[in-house]
Design a protein around this ligand. Structure first.
Ligand code: ATP
Ligand code: MG
Length: 255
């Protein structure tokens, strides 16, 4: 029988050093299409570092050494001929603090499309509407698309940042604690949106919020001190973890 696999990203024995400090100590894991994977673990365990290795955002940090491979659709993204701009279009990223550009809402959303040389007004208008709808913020902003994105609330800004990522039609969306700066209502809106989007995207989410991980993720990976301790279906991680460290963490005994 041929094994069916829908894996889209595979990391194999990824080590990452900041100078001489080894922050990732051999991470091997695959991510499946159309799933939400949560990365959890105590502060400083390497979650953000690992997330950034998936679209080469660590390249922007000086003194970083990375070994191992990360493959997107079977291609090693660390191959010397990788076009990192194109890579980051395929693997978009949303950060903990909403970071809209100091432009209008409209210009924020079309930013990546303009960079790609798209000028057709109708195409841009359509992308703005579709992306803002997918990001569950269209109704709130449709009458003020040309106002500054900075005039929005934090939760609205975060959804505009998600729309900005969606507009370039990535395959994968990385989110680093996207709701930690938001109130429960805004967080809930973003969680619902991620659930709606997951059929079309692969979503990898760092979170400190255990309820959030258990509510929305299909798989959960527990990191500790640069190691991947356990990676399994979210239900297994939360109800029947196989490693003592995982159990201690999710039951609040440390971290
Ligand atoms: N830019 C950097 N330069 C040097 N060391 C760094 C840098 N970023 C992270 N580190 C170190 O790498 C380790 C992992 O950090 P990382 O930010 O990946 O952890 P994290 O799991 O995301 O933590 P948190 O939950 O607090 O966000 C830490 O020891 C941290 O000090
Ligand atoms: Mg982090």
């Amino acid at each position: 029988m041929v094994e069916q696999t829908n894996k889209i990203i595979s990391s194999n024995d990824v080590h990452l050093f900041y100078g001489r400090n080894e922050a990732l100590k051999g991470i091997t894991m695959d991510f499946n299409e159309s799933e939400i994977t949560a990365l959890i673990g105590p502060s400083g365990c390497g979650k953000s570092t690992f997330l950034r290795t998936l679209n080469r955002m660590n390249d922007l940090i000086p003194n970083v050494t990375i070994t191992g491979t990360v493959k997107l659709h079977q291609q090693n993204i660390y191959a010397p001929d990788t076009d990192t701009v194109a890579l980051r279009k395929e693997i978009g990223m949303v950060f903990q603090q909403p970071n809209p550009f100091p432009f209008s809402i409209y210009e924020n959303v079309v930013y990546g499309l303009r960079l790609a040389g798209i000028r057709d007004r109708r195409q841009l208008d359509e992308a703005v509407e579709t992306s803002l709808q997918q990001a569950a913020i269209w109704d709130e902003v449709k009458d003020k698309l040309h106002e500054s994105a900075l005039s929005l609330s934090g939760g609205q800004q975060q959804r505009v940042c998600i729309a900005r990522v969606l507009a370039v039609k990535p395959d994968v969306i990385l989110l680093d604690e996207p709701t930690s700066a938001l109130d429960p209502i805004s967080s809930g809106q973003i969680e619902n949106m991620l659930l709606e989007l997951k059929d079309q995207y692969t979503i990898i989410l760092v979170t400190h919020n255990m309820q959030q991980a258990s509510r929305i993720s299909d798989k959960t990976a527990f990191f500790l001190q640069g190691h991947l301790i356990e990676y399994a279906d979210t239900k297994t991680i939360f109800l029947n973890p196989q490693q003592k460290e995982t159990e201690d963490y999710i039951t609040g005994r440390f971290g």
